[in-house]
Design a protein around this ligand. Structure first.
Ligand code: ATP
Ligand code: MG
Length: 793
């Protein structure tokens, strides 16, 4: 397995046990090196499979890593500690829930549940949600947790902040009472557990001799500390990363961890890989040239032996709808030429862009799969069903309780629920616990609901997981409800899909025939045995060997898992997985995802859509240079996903969040040397420089073809019905009229306070019209045209 690597890669794979950093650009084989090192450590008996811990960034990449690993070594990967930070921390907390101060059946709050929980808290405590917008509160709490901070660790330098800290405290108390844990809490709890509990810490420190981290550039402060703590018993950390692909700073990731790790731990052992094995020359050179515009870089070179390949194809369309249709026509041609759908990816900067593309794919009858965005497990009907399931495990989960107490309707009104909430607050108990204190008709209906949950929980003790879900869908009234709803057919299908997902899950986890709710208890010894299985000979065919024989300390991976019931395991999975394991996973489908979600992946053909100023780079990022550099790294990630063919597309007008916006092409397109690009439509539409603007009063009639209100000039070739416009308008025709002034993109304007600038984006119309203006002295600003008193210059 080593022979197929280049000398630098081999050196990295076979390093002696010590901290090391592989710092290398996209497609240079970092992930391959990391996976091969795992296999090599096992094969050369330097580590037992259970002495390894590997962290990946997404569940998809964790699965991919396990697949790659089994292709190198015939081992049973069940029970291996390979996963995301969240997944691994969840696993640890399930095993040591008591020591972590949690209930055994704690539920995981996703981000939407967390927001709902915060809103409920603010309302209950009478806190003004205009002064403390729930989203800001959420960001504050998560930001603090990601830094490892509890309320008492945060400095309160003003009243506002003092209040936020109080809210954090209240929120945490509410979570404890509800028995729920949010995403950052998984990590912080696990960290605190390791830090405070010496036996547990020492156990894991002894157990994991090798810690391997992919996408190291995107770890946050707490994740970094978690890794360092775990390695405290002499384990070696093998980290791979690329500073040019650091794209999660907005979520607290700190690329500085790489420099710190290099300085404090890896010292001399930094390996660089420079040969790219993924992309053809034009693609790679485009990426290299683009990222060279960033100033803060550690600096790397990438080259390929693969030859230049095809230039990057660029197409500009009048509207987002036509852009989507154009993409779909290209996809059809690729499939016609024998391309695999699953080897075609459509990437976008913002989730909101996916709807139009999905619609076009759907109309064309091309199967596709969306990653991220609204995940399967986040769909309304699925969350309703999951809420019933969660309540079976934990009646005190108020968020779930409120979600379904009156869904489908059971005559439980808002007033009744308010009374109940008051009682619960007064006695500091959960809503469910407060039910017996209620009187009257509302109280009667509440009791009926509580009885329904109890009967479901009883059922859980006797039927299997998929059967239980069928039971819940039926007895909750969800099935009946959606059957009678006008557009309920798809929702019913999704509910059926949930049953299918549970069936597949139960089979994969060997839960078949087990009652869903039965807890499979494995006592966790108070003090772990002295020496854990790190030095037994590696057991390559672990599938034939009972896992306990490899490590019978009671801590072995598979044994830990069994401290959950099938139901609890499935609920964890639903909270943490992207839900892309559903039945259609095996199907050959076009892959749709945001650029963020595409990190680490590769495809034969990639479409990067919506490459427009304001969208990519995103307007929010334009306020500071660091923001723009992060967007550029994001574009670098997008480009380097492509193996053979890359498309970049843009639209002159686009419906986003209910408004038509006009934008010019992204600066990123101008940062790629033109010799690598092949414009498939005239590169004339929304030019960045003033010289090419045409007469914007053009005679073009308003067209509804794009759904938006773009206007076309004479040069626009009228599309024949059903086909795609072969040409973009030659002149810039988009603009906005406010009062007697007409504004258009690229126009020079003067503002009393901000000085001179250029309009780079327009949205809305009439009095709601807004312009994004790049001011010469003060940078970009978004102004309401109705009030900004701009002078056209
Ligand atoms: P990214 O930064 O995007 O995560 P990476 O550095 O992790 O990329 P890999 O995904 O490991 O890169 O590798 C990119 C592609 O190159 C993969 O298809 C991999 O199998 C292939 N590859 C890596 N090294 C070699 C090699 N020595 N010979 C042939 N193919 C290789
Ligand atoms: Mg990788």
């Amino acid at each position: 397995m080593i022979d197929r690597l280049n000398p630098e890669q081999q050196a990295a794979v076979t390093l002696p046990p010590q901290h090391a950093l592989v710092l290398a650009g996209a497609g240079s084989g970092k992930t391959r090196v990391l996976t091969t090192r795992m296999a090599w450590l096992i094969q050369t008996s330097q580590a037992s499979p259970f002495g390894l811990l590997a962290v990946t960034f997404t569940n998809k990449s964790a699965r991919e890593m396990l697949t790659r690993l089994t292709s190198l070594l015939p081992i049973n990967t069940r029970g291996l500690w390979v996963g995301t930070f969240h997944g691994l921390c969840n696993r640890m907390l399930r095993a040591h829930y008591r020591d972590a101060g949690l209930i055994q059946t704690f539920q995981i709050l996703d981000s939407a549940d967390q927001l709902a929980s915060i809103k409920r808290l603010l309302k209950g405590a009478g806190i003004d949600d205009e002064k403390y917008p729930p989203r800001d509160v959420q960001r504050f709490i998560n930001g603090a947790k990601e830094q490892g901070e509890r309320p008492s660790d945060i400095e309160a330098w003003d009243d506002h902040r003092r209040r936020l800290i109080e809210i954090y405290k209240l929120y945490q108390a509410q979570c404890e009472r509800d028995g729920v844990v949010d995403f950052p809490e998984l990590l912080l709890r696990s960290y605190e557990l390791l830090q405070r509990n010496a036996p547990i810490r020492e156990h894991y420190q002894r157990r994991f001799r090798h810690i391997l981290v992919d996408e190291f550039q995107d770890t946050n402060a707490l994740q970094y500390r978690w890794l360092i703590l775990l390695s405290g018993g002499g384990a070696s950390i093998f980290a791979v990363g690329d500073d040019d692909q650091s794209i999660y700073a907005f979520r607290g990731a700190d690329v500085g961890n790489m420099a710190d790790f290099q300085r404090d731990y890896a010292r001399g052992t930094v390996i660089r890989l420079e040969q790219n094995y993924r992309s053809y020359g034009h693609i790679l050179d485009s990426a290299n040239a683009l990222i060279a515009h960033n100033t803060s870089r550690l600096g790397k070179n990438l080259w390929t032996e693969q030859g230049a390949g095809e230039p990057v194809r660029v197409a500009e369309q009048p509207s987002d709808l036509l852009e989507a249709r154009w993409v779909i026509d290209e996809i059809k041609a690729l499939i016609h030429d024998g391309g695999l759908r699953s080897q075609i990816a459509v990437l976008y900067r913002s989730n909101a862009q996916s709807r139009v593309i999905e619609h076009a794919l759907f109309s064309a009858g091309i199967s596709y799969k969306v990653y991220g965005g609204l995940r399967f497990f986040e769909r309304q009907e699925v969350k309703h069903a999951l809420a019933y399931l969660r309540l079976m495990d934990n009646r005190n989960d108020d968020t779930s309780w409120l979600r379904v107490v009156n869904f489908p309707t059971r005559g439980i009104g808002a007033r009744t629920l308010e009374q109940l909430a008051d009682l619960a607050r007064e006695h500091n108990i959960s809503l469910c616990q407060a039910v017996p204190l209620m009187s009257g008709k509302g109280g009667g209906n509440l009791l009926k609901f509580a009885a329904l949950i109890e009967s479901m929980a009883h059922e859980a003790q006797v039927v299997s997981l998929p059967e239980l879900i069928e039971h819940v869908i039926h007895h909750s009234g969800l099935r009946n409800y959606y059957q009678n709803e006008k557009e309920g057919a798809e929702r019913l299908e999704n509910l059926q899909e949930l049953v299918n997902a549970a069936t597949v899950f139960a089979a994969e986890e060997n839960f078949e025939g087990l009652p869903a709710g039965r807890m499979i208890e494995q006592p966790v010894p108070a003090t772990p045995p002295e020496v854990l299985g790190t030095d037994e000979p590696a057991e390559l065919d672990a599938a034939d060997v009972p896992i306990r024989a490899l490590d019978d300390s009671g801590f072995a991976g598979a044994v830990l898992e069994q401290t959950m019931s099938p139901l609890a395991a499935f609920l964890s999975y639903a909270s943490l997985e992207a839900g892309d394991n559903q039945a259609q996973a095996g199907q050959d489908a076009v892959q749709l995802m945001t650029v963020h979600a595409a990190k680490g992946l590769e495809f034969d053909a990639v479409f990067i859509t919506g490459v427009e100023e304001g969208l990519f780079p995103h307007e929010n990022s334009l306020l500071e240079p660091a923001g723009l550099e992060e967007e550029r790294r994001l574009m670098y990630v997008a480009i380097t996903r492509a193996r053979e063919r890359l498309y970049i597309t843009l639209a002159q007008s686009r419906m986003l969040h209910g408004q038509t916006r006009y934008a010019m092409r992204s600066r990123f397109l101008d940062e790629i040397p033109q010799e690598h690009l092949k414009w498939l439509t005239p590169k004339a539409g929304l030019a960045r420089d003033a010289a090419t603007w045409g007469d914007d009063t053009g005679s073009g009639a308003r067209s509804s073809a794009g759904g938006g209100a773009y206007r076309r000039g004479d040069a626009y070739n009228r599309p024949s019905s059903g086909t795609i416009a072969p040409r973009a308008p030659r002149s810039l025709t988009s603009g906005v009229t406010v009062g007697d002034q007409h504004f258009r993109i690229g126009q020079g304007v003067h503002h009393q306070k901000f000085g001179d600038g250029t309009i780079i984006g327009l949205s809305g119309s009439g009095q709601d019209a807004q312009a994004q203006i790049q001011f010469r002295d003060v940078g970009p600003k978004t102004l309401a045209l109705g009030v900004a008193k701009l002078e056209v210059i």
